[in-house]
Write a protein that binds this ligand. Structure first.
Ligand code: NAI
Length: 275
């Protein structure tokens, strides 16, 4: 059984209206007064999104099944002057997701924003040889995990009066990739789930979009140097992307600046899909 952890909750609502970025200028507090839940926030893209949201004034629920990583991340955010709370979540378990979402909404009083980002690369094998258990693990995490998250986030976001969601898809949400049938199937399905949810909730003040990164330099890419060079060569810009570049797009889509952007799939891929 999983238990929610409030390992580093700072629920003071008034204490942090500005964050000094170290540049001499206060960061714009675009997300002040909003609470954001980010799954997979202990590492890579999710960690950077959580950091940027906290910097921009959001109270951030740092959710991950890596409890220590989530706790360390939340502590780093609060040490930097932000508001954050860590919570354990296993996105393959609907009860765990429900508890994490409820914990976030209760800790900070409401939930307005969500980034359904937790994901795994999974095994690599041709479809005719793909392990059935490997398949189920990828679908459970990368597809079912996004559904469970939406399932429990949406009622909370509606209760808060509306908000925005970003689901982390991939360039493999529209392209195939040899050896990754489970991953590509899940990421394609996340696009359909995103569009449908957006249609359902648009009139009730919730926008739902999908972000589709090219290959990004995070711990997810564990490949050797040759594998890495192969991946680099697939991007016309001649490099992998960074978590910062994915976070930039994600924060824009969550913000009111993206107020008429809804139900769409947004590449951040260095030209990968344009080839
Ligand atoms: P990462 O491995 O650095 O971070 C993923 C995080 O998700 C980790 O903290 C991990 O503990 C967490 N996680 C995994 N399974 C979980 C579960 N069952 N419950 C809760 N948390 C779980 O990976 P990265 O690169 O930051 O990936 C984030 C998202 O971006 C994933 O959905 C991935 O598919 C997607 N993406 C990544 C790309 C890349 O090249 N790195 C490219 C396109 C999409």
């Amino acid at each position: 059984m999983t238990t929610s952890l409030s390992t580093h909750a700072d629920t003071d609502t008034d204490a942090h209206t500005h964050v000094d970025t170290g540049t001499g200028h206060p960061a714009p507090q675009e997300f002040a007064g909003r609470t954001a839940l980010v799954t997979g926030a202990a590492s890579g893209i999710g960690l950077e999104i959580a950091r940027r949201l906290a910097e921009a004034g959001a109270a951030v629920v740092v959710a991950d099944h890596n409890e220590q990583g989530a706790s360390d991340a939340a502590r780093a955010l609060t040490d930097a002057g932000g508001r954050a709370a860590a919570v354990h979540v296993d996105v393959t378990d609907p009860d765990s997701v429900r508890r994490a979402v409820d914990f976030g909404a209760e800790t900070f009083g409401a939930l307005h924003l969500a980034v359904n980002n937790a994901g795994i690369a999974g095994a690599s094998a041709p479809t005719g040889e793909y392990g059935v258990t490997d398949w189920q693990r990828v679908i459970d995490t990368n597809l079912n995990g996004v559904f469970y998250s939406l399932r429990f986030e949406l009622p909370q976001i509606l209760a808060a009066g509306g908000g925005a969601v970003v689901n982390m898809s991939s360039i493999l949400g529209t392209n195939g990739f040899g050896g990754s049938s489970a991953y590509a199937a899940a990421k394609h399905a996340v696009v359909g789930l995103t569009k449908t949810t957006a249609v359902e909730y648009a009139a009730r003040g919730v926008r739902v979009n999908a972000v589709a990164p090219g290959f990004i330099d995070t711990p997810l890419l564990k490949g050797d140097t040759i594998q890495r060079e192969r991946l680099v060569a697939l991007h016309p810009q001649g490099r992998l992307g960074t978590a910062e570049e994915v976070a930039e797009l994600t924060l824009f889509l969550l913000s009111d600046r993206a107020s008429f952007i809804n139900g769409s799939y947004h590449l951040v891929d260095g030209g990968y899909a344009a080839r």
